[in-house]
Design a binder for this molecule. Structure first.
Ligand SMILES: Nc1ncnc2c1ncn2[C@@H]1O[C@H](COP(=O)(O)OP(=O)(O)OP(=O)(O)O)[C@@H](O)[C@H]1O
Ligand code: NI
Length: 307
């Protein structure tokens, strides 16, 4: 049984246009995702494909005006708002894209200790800070005083201290120092080896491949493919979806050929397959219905032509 199972998740926002008119903008639709204990699943896909929103949906921190449907199960139970609140920051840990998720008015040592009470909590926190190379002066700092690398180590420490069973890491766009990236990756690996499930959102397919077990490829708010990392090889012949193949081929170390066109926006989604307007395999059937997800060669795909 997967530790976390997201089924048919849709998220939309009402957008007000002129006067009192509004339109629904669908930012995530019919999305399915699952992860097992001890597994690292990397989530890749271009900017705006819904990666962070999936993370926020699982954690229960979507903006209040979001319309959500579908189900999320955690450890066999439905992940209701009250369960999310109970687990968030403890069993469910978040290493966010931005340090803005830390409480700006609380010293970091207090945030890291969080729910932990008693004398032992100080001792544990100090041990963990030492392990993550955070000096004692860092304890009294406020989030705005932290460097990006430090903030990340603080968040990882919080996950360790709370014995997280599921960690969601949302990487910022490229530009992050390579040593910081390496450090984060090895801490995720250590977590997974201890049975924690890690969902790792990244723009860097190469670093994803170095630690993940599976890669989930997002496009325009849905999962188009889930593939074991071994399938990202050669010219992408083992991949299932034309978008994943194109994404793989577009990498600098491969053909470095960009995919023509752009991802459709949430208020102008095509009726059929979301990738159809950019795909060279498109047939009339593709233009009619959104392809159902199906299991294919130890992975998942949403494309009627995939073999
Ligand atoms: N509060 C909101 N109201 C309206 N639209 C939103 C809101 N939050 C996000 N969106 C839209 O939802 C889409 C998905 O956003 P999301 O942040 O999940 O993308 P992402 O895949 O994480 O991108 P990035 O790689 O840039 O972090 C985007 O088009 C974004 O503009
Ligand atoms: Ni994001």
């Amino acid at each position: 049984m997967p530790l976390v199972e997201v089924d048919d998740l849709s998220v939309s926002f009402k957008q007000y246009t002129k006067g009192f008119k509004h339109k629904e903008v669908k930012v995530i639709h019919n999305l399915s995702f699952s992860i097992n204990a001890g597994e690292i699943v990397a989530v890749v896909g271009s900017s705006g494909s819904g990666k962070s929103l999936l993370a926020h949906a699982i954690l229960g921190i979507l903006p209040r005006n979001a319309n959500v449907s579908g189900t999320i199960h955690y450890d066999g139970k439905e992940l209701t708002p009250s369960l999310q609140e109970k687990l968030r920051g403890k069993e469910l840990a978040f290493v966010p894209q931005s340090v803005n998720f830390l409480n700006p008015l609380m010293e970091v040592e207090k945030q890291v200790r969080g729910a932990l009470k008693g004398k032992d909590s100080f001792k544990t926190q100090k041990e963990i800070f030492e392990k993550y190379n955070l000096s004692t002066d860092v304890e009294k700092l406020y989030p705005f005083q932290l460097s990006g690398g430090m903030a990340r180590r603080i968040l990882v420490s919080t996950a360790v201290i709370n014995k997280a069973k599921f960690i969601i890491a949302d990487e910022p766009t490229p530009g992050l120092d390579q040593t910081v990236v390496k450090e984060a990756l090895s801490s995720f690996k250590a977590f997974a080896d201890n049975g924690t499930a890690v969902m790792f959102i990244t723009h860097d397919i190469q670093s994803a491949l170095s630690v993940a077990d599976k890669i989930a490829v997002f496009y325009a708010g849905t999962t188009v493919e889930v593939a074991p990392v071994e399938d990202f090889t050669g010219s992408g012949e083992r991949l299932r979806h034309p978008y994943s193949k194109a994404l793989w081929r577009a990498l600098p170390q491969n053909e470095f050929r960009p995919i023509p066109g752009s991802q459709p926006k949430g208020d102008e989604l095509p009726r059929g397959c979301l990738f159809a307007p950019r795909c060279d395999m498109t047939t009339t059937e593709c233009l009619e219905h959104l392809p159902e997800k199906r299991v294919l060669r130890n992975g998942m795909v949403r494309c009627i032509h995939a073999t």
